[in-house]
Design a protein around this ligand. Structure first.
Ligand SMILES: Nc1nc2c(ncn2[C@@H]2O[C@H](COP(=O)(O)OP(=O)(O)OP(=O)(O)O)[C@@H](O)[C@H]2O)c(=O)[nH]1
Ligand SMILES: [Mg+2]
Length: 461
């Protein structure tokens, strides 16, 4: 257990109903008793754990009242950090929490580093590294779905999956040891190789399955960046508004209405989209519009998906053909809009230019085709239904990198088994795989990596 007692403001700065100052460490309750005067005069140290007490924080030097508070003492080991924890609930706003923190520090606590409470929970063995990372992801989650993924991870879903994998790798290592210990018995070696192969294939399959979720994980965490493109006046802003279900972008019959990028967050069937409306792409002398057009072109590479809109009521123009060139090799959905008017360009015509793309007829004005767009997006990025609550989704780059490394280790081990390489060659890869998996939940992780992970946390968590 760490010797010093740490303290920090646990709530966000600014005006609010309450603010919380939190202490953790073996002197937490002694420090709190020095500065807290309970209404009923009890000592926190002698009081029941996890009970809220009403009173005042006072400056012990001069008995001056600092604020009116509620204080809870949570006795080790059943606490967030597993150490003694005290939380002081005071009035919100910046002054009260700051004053109380100062008094706490004057009376023997040290200011906590970023993420230090959670780091202690990890160091003291209450949670593993994936759970600690999930805490941070919960706090920074921008969408319901990414919150749910992180909550699942906090509950230990990923931890136990990684544990299962590590145990399988250990079994492989045991086979290797057995073979090394009895090198002369021929059939021992043969059986061991067979068992190792089976175990290795089982591990590889599980790792691949986890890795395959990481693309969805990234999208759920960051949002699917969806760029709406097309020449002027085809209905891009109308589409933006229809997806958002509000009049966010200006729509007029004048080509060149949208001159800058408009970006909004929206949730479609649980998929977070960052939807971007752009200026219609055409050659233009207007400086402002030209900047908008250039920005739209730059965005094509930054997006995860382009929705490209064409006007069905007109023949394809050179502008349309330029756009087709721009998006030919990009992940995109093609809309043939304004199909409520007399159709001059149909799907077959477009398909000649874009043979491998999904092309949908729409009339955004009349509201037709919208649900197909949403369905298509879902199918493109999430094969089958996403059931976040009961599946493990890799949404952390560190985990993904380590899984890729473990995958490589196992593949190399399997290759060596296949060509009957000496057992110690196989052992090197399998051991490395064990270390890489262990780094995910923190069993085999170095101090520098731990420090780096927690330094990204916020103060007070
Ligand atoms: N008939 C018909 N008109 C549509 C449809 N969708 C959009 N419009 C009309 O087309 C005109 C242009 O729509 P916008 O959404 O502003 O088009 P845009 O692509 O954003 O245009 P710029 O911002 O100028 O590039 C407006 O008058 C819309 O009402 C449709 O499905 N059918
Ligand atoms: Mg527009």
């Amino acid at each position: 257990m760490d010797i010093d007692t740490i303290a920090a403001i646990a709530t966000a700065p600014g005006e609010a109903g309450i603010g919380i100052v939190r202490l953790s460490g073996k002197n937490a309750v002694d420090i709190a008793d020095k500065i807290f005067k309970a209404k009923n005069d009890i000592s926190l140290k002698l009081s029941e754990s996890r009970k809220l007490h009403y009173g005042h924080i006072i400056d012990p030097n001069n008995d001056k009242i600092i604020d009116e508070v509620l204080v809870v003492y949570m006795k080790s080991p059943h606490t967030y950090t597993t150490e003694d924890v005290v939380e002081i609930n005071c009035h919100g706003g910046i002054i009260s929490v700051r004053r109380i923190l100062e008094i706490v520090l004057e009376n023997g606590a040290r200011i906590a580093d970023a993420g230090e409470f959670t780091k202690r929970a990890f160091m003291n063995g209450r949670i593993d590294l994936t759970q600690a990372e999930a805490v941070m992801d919960l706090i920074s989650a921008k969408t319901d779905s990414s919150f749910d993924v992180s909550l699942n991870q906090l509950e230990g879903a990923l931890s136990s999956e990684v544990r299962i994998l590590s145990e399988s790798v250990l079994k492989m290592l045991a086979q290797i040891e057995a073979t090394i210990d009895f090198p002369d018995e021929d059939d021992v070696e043969e059986i061991a190789y067979e068992k190792m192969k089976n175990e290795g294939e089982f591990i590889l399959e599980k790792i691949n399955k986890l890795i395959s979720t990481s693309y969805s994980g990234k999208i759920l965490k960051e949002g699917l960046k969806t760029i709406i493109l097309g020449k002027p006046n085809v209905g891009k802003s109308s589409l933006m508004n229809a997806i958002l279900r509000e009049n966010r972008a200006i729509v007029t019959e004048v080509p060149g209405t949208t001159r800058d990028i408009i970006e909004e967050y929206v949730n479609i069937n649980g998929i977070p989209l960052i939807i971007v409306d752009t200026a219609g792409i055409r050659e233009t002398e207007d400086i402002v519009e030209k900047i908008g057009v250039d920005r739209a072109k730059e965005l094509i590479d930054k997006g995860d998906l382009a929705i490209v809109v064409f006007d069905a009521s007109e023949k394809l123009t050179r502008e349309d053909e330029n756009i087709i060139e721009l998006i030919k090799y990009k992940k995109s959905i093609i809309l043939l809009n304004k199909t409520d008017l007399e159709v001059k360009t149909d799907i077959d015509t477009l398909r000649k230019y874009l043979p491998n793309k999904t092309i949908l007829n729409t009339s955004i004005l009349k509201g037709s085709g919208l649900s197909q767009i949403e369905e298509t997006i879902k199918d493109m990025f999430f094969k089958g239904d996403i059931k976040i609550n009961d599946s493990i989704i890799i949404n952390n780059v560190r985990h993904k990198d380590l899984l890729l490394k473990s995958k490589k280790n196992i593949e190399e081990a399997l290759e060596s088994i296949k060509i009957n390489m000496p057992i110690d060659c196989i052992e090197v890869d399998v051991k490395e795989c064990y270390d890489n998996l262990g780094e995910i939940n923190g069993d085999t992780v170095g101090e520098d990596i731990i420090d780096r992970i927690f330094s990204d946390f916020c103060i007070g968590k």
